[in-house]
Design a protein around this ligand. Structure first.
Ligand SMILES: Nc1ncnc2c1ncn2[C@@H]1O[C@H](COP(=O)(O)OP(=O)(O)OP(=O)(O)O)[C@@H](O)[C@H]1O
Length: 240
């Protein structure tokens, strides 16, 4: 298969502290990957490292043919990384449409395509960022990453704090992105839901990969999920 992202021997963290500790990972073009693990194991740090927002001590990160390590976050964005951070970071004083237009770069994704994916945003096109619900902000944050026409989309806990109805809208959008062939990494605490919309899963523990395989097989192995994710059996079914 054609590898889009290749991470080799990565050690990274904050100041002198190592959080990602010798991690190697490759993602095929068109692959949809869940990145799971208990709180504080380094999932967000790995995404932030891909974006150039942490200290890298060792290792390489390549996107297609490009070595990302010397590049700034802005340059990584231009090289094809789209990042939807947990904090969403939309512009509160711009309208929905303006938020999308300022992020537009050439490619198949444009404002109208985002409105087709999230009709709710079209209804809210004239509202300011700070007038949106949490779910609408999340849709806008995803839309903003999409109009940048990324080759790899990084989603950090997009379902956090949202109602089940809005979670379903976002999960449907992730399925649609997967069907369109976009490569993506989904960090989620809702393990069951993330596994249902992804091809493969990587589980981290203390900055290292402790499990890697198909999402379907992991989903069927409740005992393994429970031991690696630290969820009680009741939590696992609650997220199903
Ligand atoms: N900006 C930062 N500066 C210093 N240490 C940090 C920073 N952000 C995270 N850490 C530390 O790095 C470790 C990994 O945190 P990270 O947020 O990557 O974990 P996570 O798996 O995403 O957890 P969660 O599911 O809670 O978001 C933790 O020990 C955390 O305290």
């Amino acid at each position: 298969m054609d590898k889009l992202l290749t991470i080799d021997g990565l050690r990274a963290g904050y100041k002198d502290a190592v959080v990602i500790d010798g991690l190697s990972l490759a993602i095929d073009r068109g692959e949809c990957m869940a990145l799971l693990g208990r709180n504080g194991v380094g999932k967000t740090t790995l995404l932030a490292t891909l974006m150039g927002l942490t200290n890298v001590f060792e290792g390489s990160i390549r996107l297609g043919g490009t070595d990302l390590r010397p590049l700034s976050a802005y340059q990584r964005n231009q090289a094809g990384l789209g990042f939807v951070p947990q904090e969403r970071e939309i512009f509160p004083s711009l309208t929905v449409e303006q938020n999308l237009r300022v992020a537009q770069r050439p490619g198949p994704w444009n404002v109208q395509e985002v409105f087709n994916l999230f009709p709710r945003l079209q209804e809210r096109r004239g509202n300011f960022g700070n007038q949106l619900s949490g779910g609408e902000q999340q849709m806008l944050a995803m839309g903003r990453a999409l109009v940048g026409n990324p080759s790899l989309l990084l989603l950090d806990e997009p379902l956090e704090g949202l109602s089940p109805i809005i979670m379903d809208v976002l999960l449907d959008s992730i399925k649609a992105l997967k069907a369109s062939g976009l490569t993506l990494i989904l960090v989620e605490q809702h393990a069951h839901l993330a596994l249902e919309v992804t091809d493969n899963v990587v589980v981290l523990d203390r900055g290292r990969i402790v499990h890697q395989g198909s999402s379907e097989a992991f989903l069927a192995d409740e005992a393994r999920m429970s031991s690696l994710l630290g969820l009680a059996q009741s939590d696992l079914s609650a997220t199903a």
